[in-house]
Design a protein around this ligand. Structure first.
Ligand code: ARG
Length: 401
């Protein structure tokens, strides 16, 4: 029987050419797998037809947008997941859900190998292949750009020679990856890290310098998950989309960073993630009133580690799973409303309320109603500083010798 290979298919030039390229190089039949993670653009049916037109023996399409929002974006929100404190893990969290569907398709169509369109220099090849190794340990991996010398020039020549149903003339100098959680743009003139991004880079956000009138929004959460916006019930996917629209119109969520890739390269990336950044800001502020101090401090460390694991392609790893359990436990009381103003590139919280809040007005107030016994503070400070005081006495004694 002819060997079968499932290919992660985006509908773009490289993966369209990869169908025939893999076929010629390996003699295998190629099954194209397109996964909708809310990236917008063409319909899945259009993409499916193109894959078949490019020589795929089967084309599998999966609408995974709700699955992606519920099982990948929401855990990222609960973790306040920001790699290096900036990047909301847009591409990093989409790879594992694509991997799930690739493995599923491989089983369904009897494939032995999974192919993807990544280069040998980035994080995504790692995320795909580590994911495949974990969910389908018997499956092999192949990356035509990396392993079969499929360069851009060759791709264009191949598409023209074979008359593939794909445009080869549209010259986009950028490499773009996008889904409902955000958008990532790199390469071209952005590789000079002193160059400021030009307007044409952006798609999810309007220029924050000329914002429309301020937009006030109330986001309601239950156990760390957004459940309503301005009192209207929403699913996680709807919440992200609605905030992409409203925060995007105000230019919220533009990020310009040089980040540390897993492969040891520092690279410049422009992100725009209006919905994700508005949600993370609101969620963090709700945690500030509902999560106990020590748990909150420790969670910040856990969230950072969680983000590194996810960035590094360890979504399905045991440590990531254990950290998920910790994070989940912290979200029990993260319920309530956050009011924020979206304006001029910023999402600024100006009100919060929660039935499970730890904020105690009578403890906090400096006015009448104060229930805090200030006499307790003296002794507390004495004991709190004792250990450092004893050490400092020793330091003075030793220095004096
Ligand atoms: N640097 C980001 C990451 O590794 C995004 C990579 C997505 N690719 C792109 N073409 N911008 O998660």
């Amino acid at each position: 029987m002819t060997e079968r290979i499932v290919l992660a298919y985006s509908g773009g030039l490289d993966t369209s050419v990869a169908i025939g390229w893999i076929g010629e190089a390996t003699g295998a039949e190629v099954i194209a797998v397109a996964v909708d993670v809310g990236q917008g653009g063409e319909s899945l049916e259009t993409i499916r037809q193109r894959a078949l037109g490019c020589g795929a023996v089967e084309a599998y399409v999966a609408d995974a947008s709700d699955e992606f929002a519920n099982e990948y974006c929401m855990p990222t929100l609960k973790a306040n997941g920001l790699y290096q404190g900036h990047y909301p893990l847009v591409s990093a969290i989409s790879r594992p859900v694509i991997v799930k569907h690739l493995v599923k398709a491989a089983r369904e169509f009897g494939a032995t190998t999974v192919a993807h369109g990544c280069t040998g220099k980035g994080n995504d090849q790692v995320r795909f292949e580590v994911g495949i190794q974990t969910l389908g340990p018997d499956l092999k991996c192949i990356a035509p750009v990396r392993d079969l010398a499929l360069t851009r020039d060759k791709a264009i020549a191949f598409a023209e020679e074979k008359g593939l149903p794909i445009e080869t003339t549209k010259k986009n100098p950028y490499s773009i990856d996008q889904n409902v959680w955000g958008r990532a743009v790199e390469t071209g003139y952005l590789e000079d890290i002193w160059n400021a991004p030009t307007k044409d880079i952006y798609d999810y956000t309007a220029t924050p310098e000329f914002p429309p009138a301020p937009d006030e929004v109330v986001i309601s959460f239950e156990a760390g998950i957004p459940v309503a916006i301005d009192g209207v019930k929403v699913t996680p996917l709807q919440a992200i989309k609605e905030l992409n629209r409203r925060a995007g119109a105000q230019g919220v969520g533009r990020i310009d960073v040089v980040e540390d890739r897993l492969v040891g390269i520092k690279s410049r990336e422009i992100y725009e993630a209006p919905g994700a950044m508005a949600l993370i800001t609101a969620h963090k502020h709700l945690e500030d009133i509902t999560v106990e101090r020590e748990q909150a401090r420790f969670k910040a460390t856990v969230g950072q580690r969680w983000s590194e694991l996810v960035y590094d392609g360890q979504w399905f790893s045991p440590l990531k799973r254990s950290l998920d359990a910790f994070i989940e436990d912290t979200q029990k009381y993260v319920s309530g409303d956050i009011r924020m103003t979206l304006h001029g590139g910023q999402a600024i919280v100006n009100g919060r309320r929660s039935d499970t809040s730890l904020y105690d007005f009578n403890l906090a107030t400096y006015d009448t109603g104060d229930t805090f016994d200030q006499s307790m503070a003296r002794g507390f400070i004495e004991l709190w500083g004792m250990s450092a005081k004893v050490a400092s006495g020793r330091d003075i004694r030793v220095a004096g010798k």
